[in-house]
Design a protein around this ligand. Sequence first.
Ligand code: PLP
Ligand code: TYF
Length: 400
Amino acid sequence: RFESITMAPPDPILGVSEAFRADTNEMKLNLGVGAYRTEDLQPYVLNVVKKAEKLMLERGENKEYLPIEGLASFNKVTAELLLGANNPLILEQRVATVQGLSGTGSLRLAAALIERYFPGAKVLISSPSWGNHKNIFNDARVPWSEYRYYDPSTVGLDFDGMIADIKAAPEGSFVLLHGCAHNPTGIDPTPEQWEIIADVIQEKNHIPFFDVAYQGFASGSLDVDASSVRLFAARGLELLVAQSYSKNLGLYAERIGAINIVCSSADAATRVKSQIKRLARPMYSNPPVHGARIVANVVGDPELFNEWKEEMEVMAGRIKSVRQKLYDSLRAKDKSGKDWSFILRQIGMFSFTGLNKAQSDNMTNKWHVYMTKDGRISLAGLSSAKCEYLADAIFDSYHN
Ligand code: PLP
Ligand code: TYF
């Protein structure tokens, strides 16, 4: 019975926050979880979200169940944000969009679709990737393997390794790609490299599967951050895209996102959508409405939409400025000739420092800087005032 159940291991990312809370040192710094903080290191609710919620309250909106596929106005705007409002794929109704439980739940729905309709097909995951990717495909019983991505010698992209591994995978595999701001490395392919990745995927009849968790958060522009997905879509490829509004609208706890499946005809899209709904029904019946209404209201109102873009630029800008300051502090401190410029080349919320496990342990045990053991730090949890301290900690951990 239950007595025989053993203890599950703690989550490697959320476990860091628990350890942080237990630390009483006043210099402690939580750079573990990827969640945006203000310069005072407090959580941030976007002004546009507050305005949208006020509107919703004034309208007295009800709490009836949504349809299985979610809120229609949300599904419309989410596909448009992703692909561009006038994308022919949308006009031709070739995109099956279903509201999901944020990025994670949307990935999980797609995994269930793959398990059911592509038995035996493999998903290729970057090495490294967001830790939950493997959990999601494991639990959906979808086989996966890794493709090379990170090159520790350059702290950059192992592009040749990536291409070779995608080429070597069985024809018709799903290739999981981070749309922008790769987690955990912060290293993205260049536009030219994306073209080559698309060439190889096309040659091998693979199916691209994008995880877009940071649209607008990497560059500050929604369009720029969707350019990888749009490049693939413009080639007429079938593709899957999971979206999340956790980071770019700060709706972490609302669990709002979507799965989009670009099909080769409107008819196929209708059928695919019907099957995703069939998968969702016994899992959770229908999705929550609150976050969906917030997104639909913000994107649907030109004034709020513009304000959102401005707030996103501020968030992305704050992260860029602490990134620069951390780099400047490290350069000033480190006379060893070590090249720290990889920090500036990385984008998005994270920096992959190249610190190994022992060095990461030193960061935490000696300096009270909490981070994941793979050497990732969340710059979104760093303030300008703490850059110098963090640089001291990194310098010490590297050289001692
Ligand atoms: N995918 C990636 C790459 C992420 O980094 C995250 C969150 O950190 C997610 C998906 C999913 O987040 P959520 O389920 O909150 O949308
Ligand atoms: O920091 C990250 O990479 C994310 C944060 O259910 C996170 O993993 C944590 C829990 C969760 C979704 C995202």
